[in-house]
Design a protein around this ligand. Sequence first.
Ligand SMILES: Cc1cc2nc3c(=O)[nH]c(=O)nc-3n(C[C@H](O)[C@H](O)[C@H](O)COP(=O)(O)O)c2cc1C
Length: 218
Amino acid sequence: MQTLRDELRGVPSIVGQAPPFDWSSAPDAPQELFLQWLRHAIGAGVPEARAATLSTVDGDGLPDARVLIVKDVTDDCGFKIATSDESPKGLQLRHNPNCALTFLWGPLARSVRVRGVAEQASASESAEDFLARHPQARAIVLAGGQSSVISDEAARDAELEQAKATMKADDHVVSPHWTVWTIVPNSIEFWQGDPSRDHQRLRYVRTGSGWDIQHLRP
Ligand SMILES: Cc1cc2nc3c(=O)[nH]c(=O)nc-3n(C[C@H](O)[C@H](O)[C@H](O)COP(=O)(O)O)c2cc1C
């Protein structure tokens, strides 16, 4: 009888088609390479190309991770995300800003790993981001309590309706909990799969003035 282990062994991995890439001519700045890869992923129709897994550490030192949208990448290589301060990830970043972001572009056999420190953006930047969100998404944040247990469905519905009424009365109302964070990397690794399993790995490590580029064993 075929076990799950056999079944899983039969599922191919790293089946994406990696585009040609000349590692020896990688740009000095990792954000340039990141944007090349991101735009390639978007152009190739990779699903959720701007989504990444954000890993954080909670107050007990235990890891946590979830998928979210990366909203921007700055010229000096800051990765912008946004979330509610009330959510576990928001609380965790406040307690310990050390974090990681992992992108996976499977159809291109590519992944990018970012390790760094999250810095809180200004209140005006967070407000601007909040107001650019879909109305329903804004109402949900205004109702509050992301990731808390719904113990009373009717009360939750009433809070959402109240939030919508608040927005109707003032279309520019902003949640004080909505926060943009900029993840400032200490290192960024670019991984490209090879069918021969001799995968390519290039890591940028921040130095005082720029970046060290290291070629890693797979
Ligand atoms: C593709 C995708 C995109 C998502 N984008 C976001 C996002 O931008 N911000 C966010 O707070 N949650 C986003 N989520 C939901 C999170 O994965 C998570 O469920 C939620 O933020 C609660 O996480 P927490 O309890 O660790 O704070 C997204 C989920 C998926 C699958």
